[in-house]
Design a protein around this ligand. Structure first.
Ligand code: PRP
Length: 186
């Protein structure tokens, strides 16, 4: 193994959650998911694009039958108000009726996006519908979602890396970092 990669972008402020912390926490969560879904297996539904990195790592620590699908939605934008209505840009490939679904998110902030997604998925009658989020940012939560698995609860700060972006940059960072200063993400 060589030296760990470093990312020398001057806009990176500090590392909030490092690679070792992410790996350790995913192993712990993976053990819980493996135990909770041991009987029936699990169908993971990742919300693109932010979930792509954590999905890849979470699925590899599960030791039960696991299937994967992805949903892509647009941001809800200023006109949606508190409905959180989002546009489905890419629907699931597979039917979820009767299946044990675990939604995989990178971050939950207001909760509006996920609330809308869960309402939509419930109409398809999965056997169960639960949520794993890598990051929980509860400061501005507007809807109570009953999140079953949380990686890390973090304060109200703008974070990038490990799937999360600022204007589509930084998703490839192997850790979660704060930025020095950000303009509102468009
Ligand atoms: C992020 C995240 C959630 C949403 C959370 O997605 O993946 O879907 O924002 O915000 P909320 O709880 O306030 O609704 P984003 O719009 O950044 O898209 P991306 O995953 O493609 O980066």
């Amino acid at each position: 193994m060589g030296e760990p990669l470093t990312f020398a972008d001057p806009s990176i402020d500090r590392i909030l959650v490092d690679e070792a912390q992410i790996r350790q926490r995913l192993e712990d969560v993976g053990r819980d998911v493996t135990a909770d879904y041991a009987r029936q297996g699990v169908h993971l539904v990742g919300i693109l694009k932010g979930s792509l990195v954590v999905m890849a790592d979470l699925m590899r620590v599960l030791t039960i039958p696991t299937t994967v699908d992805f949903l892509a939605v647009s941001g809800y934008g200023p006109d949606a108000g508190r409905s959180g209505a989002v546009r489905v840009m890419k629907d699931l490939d597979q039917d979820i009726e009767g299946r044990p679904v675990l939604v995989v998110e990178d971050v939950i902030d207001t909760g509006l996006t996920l609330n809308y997604i869960l309402r939509t998925l419930r109409t398809r009658h999965p056997a169960s519908l639960d949520v794993f989020t890598l990051l929980d940012k509860p400061t501005h939560r507007l809807v109570d979602l009953g999140i079953r698995y949380v990686g890390f609860t973090i304060p109200d700060c703008f974070v990038v890396g490990y799937g999360l972006d600022y204007q589509e940059q930084f998703r490839n960072l192997p850790y979660i970092a704060t930025l020095k200063s950000v303009e509102p993400d468009g």
